[in-house]
Design a protein around this ligand. Structure first.
Ligand SMILES: [Zn+2]
Ligand SMILES: [Zn+2]
Length: 250
């Protein structure tokens, strides 16, 4: 028996013992790492119209004006080139991502990466290197894996791009950014990141795609983009599973 057959058989046996559940609920599904139809239909996919720069969804095409830019990008252009997200960060995607992050559900990575590959096809086509936002090693130890690194690796496999999961280092464990103002968020993440010295040669002269699970204020993505540019990256795009919509855009 070939090794692949043995592995498939092992998986089938495991599925009989532990029937696979939907990534979003307790419904049984045919294969692990899938959504049931009800959960899939609740996913809030982001589609055009959106901000050309940061991918914030618009309620209607006129919101971006002639430049197709959201108010945030008009007021303060981000440090990254473009960002795209597959899903709106809402109650449903928040549940998925929290389970992925904290409930030891690494199989979520493949499903989210497939959605991200579609939303970020233009960015992936130009990317030479995929780099995840790093976790501080203390958090990494507590959670066992960095969810952004799993997404980066899955995207690399899907798009046939090189992922370098340890290219960036988080020097400090930053406090949660949730309740902070824009200025406080920027201060919290300033100087929090560095390129791992032995990976610096991979970054210089490359178009880098930075990957994370959620884009909120953009403070983390901006800090990582500045770090990557300082190491010689010629472009930094950002691809996330879910992004928080700008409330000003309704
Ligand atoms: Zn479900
Ligand atoms: Zn924008």
């Amino acid at each position: 028996m070939r090794l692949a057959d043995t592995a498939a058989l092992g998986r089938a046996a495991l599925d009989l013992l532990l029937p696979p559940h939907c990534l979003g609920c307790e419904a049984l599904v045919a294969q692990a790492g899938r959504f049931c139809a009800a959960c899939f239909n609740r996913l809030g996919f982001i589609s055009e119209p959106m901000c050309r720069r940061c991918g914030a969804p618009f309620a209607h095409a006129g919101q971006g004006g002639a430049a197709h830019l959201c108010p945030a990008c008009t007021e303060t252009p981000p440090d990254f080139d473009r960002a795209r997200g597959a899903l709106r960060y809402d109650a449903h995607s928040r549940g998925l991502i929290l389970a992925f992050k904290h409930a030891d559900r690494p199989e979520t990575a493949g499903a989210l990466a497939a959605l991200m590959a579609r939303a970020g096809a233009a960015l992936l086509a130009q990317a030479e290197l995929i780099v995840p936002v790093p976790l501080h090693r203390r958090r990494l130890f507590a959670r066992r894996y960095n969810q952004a690194a799993l997404l980066a690796l899955a995207l690399g496999r899907l798009a046939r791009r090189t992922a370098v999961p340890d290219a960036l280092l988080r020097l400090r464990a930053t406090a949660p950014l949730g309740e902070k103002s824009a200025a406080e968020r920027a201060a919290e993440v300033a100087a929090a990141f560095a390129v791992r010295p032995r990976r610096a040669g991979r970054i210089a002269g490359r178009r880098v795609l930075l990957v994370d699970d959620v884009l909120t204020s953009g403070a983390t993505a901006n800090a990582c983009a500045r770090t990557l540019r300082a190491a010689g990256a010629i472009a930094v795009d950002v691809l996330v599973a879910a992004r928080v919509p700008d409330p000003r855009l309704g």
